[in-house]
Design a protein around this ligand. Sequence first.
Ligand code: 3EB
Length: 335
Amino acid sequence: MTNNQIDCMFQYENEQAGPPGGRHVLGRVVFGEASTAPAVRDGAPELGLHMASPGFDHFTEIWTTDAPAQSGEHRGLVYAHDGEYLFCAGRVPESGTYREQTREAYEAAFELMDRLDYRHVFRMWNFIGGINEDNAEGLEIYRDFCFGRAEAFEAKPDRVHCMPAATGIGSRSGGVSFFFLASRTGATQNIENRRQVPAFEYPPQYGPKSPSFARATRLVTAGGDETRGAVYVSGTASITGHETLHAGDIVAQCELSLENIAHLVSSGNLANGGLEGGHDLKDLRWVKAYVRHEEHLPAVREACAGVFPPQTHVVFLNVDICRDDLLVEIEGIVP
Ligand code: 3EB
């Protein structure tokens, strides 16, 4: 058992400050101007994502640990691990269809988690170019991606415990890029929201295979207090049950997305899942708000400013969202 601590930081463009002294980099994700193949750079995995645009944020998300990390490559994936945490990143280049390559990439990641013994995956992020466009066979690219992802989960080794919190969001360039976080000895507690149908149980009208993710995942570190742990909140949108609400109304979509998160992390909802503790929106850090239409940025900013305190870092990105009637999606972490 180790007591390694991971932490997240957003390093904004033109900011020199890197990770605080003594911290080791587990992975870097550049929310910038190009989607690039993952590579080991300066000893740590780095993934470039085309997510930045004028007027929105341009930053590098850096995951650090207090223990030295070792990096490597496995079947096109890049990774680093510190004995307790694994960061892993991959990319499927732009293609006519994504099902098969997504399945293979996810399978490679599950194999890596199994082999290196980081079998508790607690957070996955997916950035999908042309998310609402049709693939070469006329299937929406998001649905095509979900198909392959679901197949990989169906085939995953039983030893790998998961279907954790995730984000599945648009990107400003083609292809599918992703990064995952997994733990060796931490226990994952997946959390659903009674106000929303679990995504993995969405009816078939949303695609041939349902999206594979939990609404949130709490990571309880080994030897730690079982009633506490960081809560990783999935991308959350204006959905009640399984239906989009407030089509065309950005203010109402922001409100319902934030209400969904507030309810998800509340003591009442955690108790429904047999978990102790509870949080509110003010406890969130490392918030990302994905905004479909540039002109909605002021409304989304205002909604976030109304609920998040100054110490909550909120970044705004102008990308498409997995359903064409969703205008906004918000995620975050309760450390
Ligand atoms: C939703 O609730 C909105 O496919 O990984 C949110 C978070 C959404 C993750 C994913 C999709 C994903 O269905 C979309």
